[in-house]
Design a protein around this ligand. Structure first.
Ligand SMILES: NC(=O)c1ccc[n+]([C@@H]2O[C@H](COP(=O)([O-])OP(=O)(O)OC[C@H]3O[C@@H](n4cnc5c(N)ncnc54)[C@H](O)[C@@H]3O)[C@@H](O)[C@H]2O)c1
Length: 267
């Protein structure tokens, strides 16, 4: 089925197929919306099956081609099921966006080991499993993989020890995987994306866990002192960066890190 698009859309991914993890909300959902508007067929996955199925159904109701599946990105068997399902549904895959992730609080001194392991599983193991699965899907015909890291993969915060470690791992694993694909002669580009603060449910839920005064002080510090552009990103601004990395405009980019942070790491 052809996607119906407003005249103004470029449809630069017409006929392409994209697998996007953590697509039930936030950055992943914004990427799915951008990709269908560019003409792609999207396979949206999330550990929250009802949420992602609901969002995919809304896109289908708008005339786009989207499918959804429950997926736990930390489990190898779940990756196998999803890869089988996307090939059965669309017959090909061109782009894989390893986006699902979460965070836990804790410093090098007080982070619970269990939280460390959970964070590494959802942010780092997932990207290893997802990149390996993606290479298998893409190596015959080529394509692009985007691994969503964070500015916390480049710089650090003392109370985000496990998150910083997990996102740093994504950054450098992405380079190793990109080099491997180039060495093998696969036409697969793999890059990492490093968002700054993005106004998604992840951040909103975190702010709501804080007492109102502390939340207000944290927001003031962030917007007025830490982020040069004095605002958080909108999810669609990160979706644009993901789209760029998958598009032919990024044809000479592999093993690179793209930062979209309103200037945060320029200080
Ligand atoms: N929001 C930010 O400020 C920010 C900044 C830098 C990086 N990031 C990264 O961007 C990515 C997306 O973040 P977001 O803000 O959109 O988060 P979000 O919490 O709004 O959405 C993440 C989605 O991932 C899903 N998910 C969580 N664990 C999963 C699992 N094991 N398997 C499959 N799906 C799972 C959740 O159900 C959710 O729908 C994450 O990797 C995050 O670390 C976010």
């Amino acid at each position: 089925m052809q996607n119906t698009l407003p005249e103004t859309q470029s449809r630069r991914l017409l006929g392409k197929v994209a697998l996007i993890t953590g697509a039930g909300r936030g950055i992943g959902l914004a990427a799915a919306k951008r990709f269908v508007r560019e003409g792609a067929n999207v396979f949206m996955t999330d550990i929250n099956a009802s949420l992602v199925e609901q969002e995919a159904a809304k896109l289908v109701a708008e005339g786009f081609t989207a499918a959804a599946a429950r997926h736990d990105v930390t489990h190898e068997d779940s990756w196998k099921e999803v890869c089988t399902a996307i090939v059965a549904r669309f017959g090909r895959v061109d782009h894989v966006i390893n986006n699902a992730g979460s965070f836990t609080l804790g410093s090098a001194e007080d982070a619970a080991f269990d939280d460390w392991r959970k964070t590494m599983a959802v942010n780092s193991d997932s990207v290893f499993l997802g990149t390996r699965a993606a290479i298998e899907l893409l190596k015959a015909n080529g394509g692009a993989i985007v691994n969503v890291s964070s500015i916390m993969g480049l710089v650090a915060e003392s109370n985000l020890a496990a998150y910083c470690a997990s996102k740093g791992a994504v950054r450098n694993f992405t380079k190793a995987a990109a080099l491997h694909c180039a060495d093998q002669g696969y036409a697969i580009r793999i890059n990492s994306l490093h968002p700054g603060y993005v106004a998604t449910p992840l951040i909103e839920e975190f702010i709501h866990t804080m007492p109102p005064d502390a939340a207000k002080a944290a927001e003031d510090e962030l917007l007025n002192h830490r982020i040069p552009m004095c605002r958080m990103a909108r999810p669609d601004e990160l979706a644009a960066a993901i789209f760029f990395l998958c598009s032919d405009d990024a044809s000479y980019m592999t093993g690179a890190e793209l930062v979209a942070d309103g200037g945060y790491t320029a200080r």
